[in-house]
Design a protein around this ligand. Structure first.
Ligand SMILES: [Zn+2]
Length: 187
């Protein structure tokens, strides 16, 4: 007798899935090639007690959360602006992922500062700061900051982990100035 369509012969597996997973009737229906209603009716008929879904947002099964985690694994991800994150997420409104971002931060799955940089200009400046051996003033001038140094100071004070500049001030600049002076003297 074909009581459950192509489910026949797989009843045991479905009971197992109903008892051990929190997959929806719809998802299970897809898995067994029957309708959501058929799974629901079957579950009722068999008297299956379904496990309670774990509390809170399920980040593992959420594509927005997974995408955010992926972006946060990039180097210096705390210096990626929300504009860029939004672009990479492919969502127009920030609201859609703020909820997920907060949960991920609360659970320590992304850095505390991830998604908190709002300035595109700061993002641009830091991108140079992390990759090019240039004086902070030069970087500031490139992106249009009066003082990129004070921006860095502000970020450090606010909890961003800004690594030291690639540009070596003490060695490089000073000795170059010194040798210039000495060369002038020698002439
Ligand atoms: Zn999520």
């Amino acid at each position: 007798m074909r009581r459950w369509g192509i489910l026949r012969g797989k009843e045991h597996n479905l009971v197992k899935d109903l008892k051990e997973t929190t997959l929806s009737f719809k998802k299970l229906g897809e898995r067994y090639g029957v309708s959501r209603q058929a799974v629901h009716a079957f579950s009722k008929r068999e008297g299956v007690k379904r496990p309670a879904k774990p509390k809170g947002h399920q980040t593992e099964g959420c594509c927005l959360c997974q995408k955010l985690i992926q972006i946060s694994k990039k180097p210096h991800s705390e210096f990626i602006s929300i504009h860029t994150i939004r672009k990479e997420m492919g969502v127009k409104s920030g609201r859609k992922y703020f909820f997920h971002l907060r949960i991920l931060r609360d659970r320590g799955l992304v850095g505390q500062k991830f998604g908190r940089l709002f300035s595109k200009r700061a993002e641009k400046a830091y991108a140079i700061y992390f990759t090019k051996r240039l004086p902070i003033r030069t970087i500031g001038r490139k992106v249009g900051y009066k003082s990129f140094y004070s921006i860095i100071q502000w970020h450090r004070a606010s909890g961003w982990n800004v690594p030291p500049s690639l540009y070596v001030y003490d060695g490089g600049e000073r000795s170059r100035i010194k040798s210039k002076i000495q060369r002038k003297k020698q002439r």
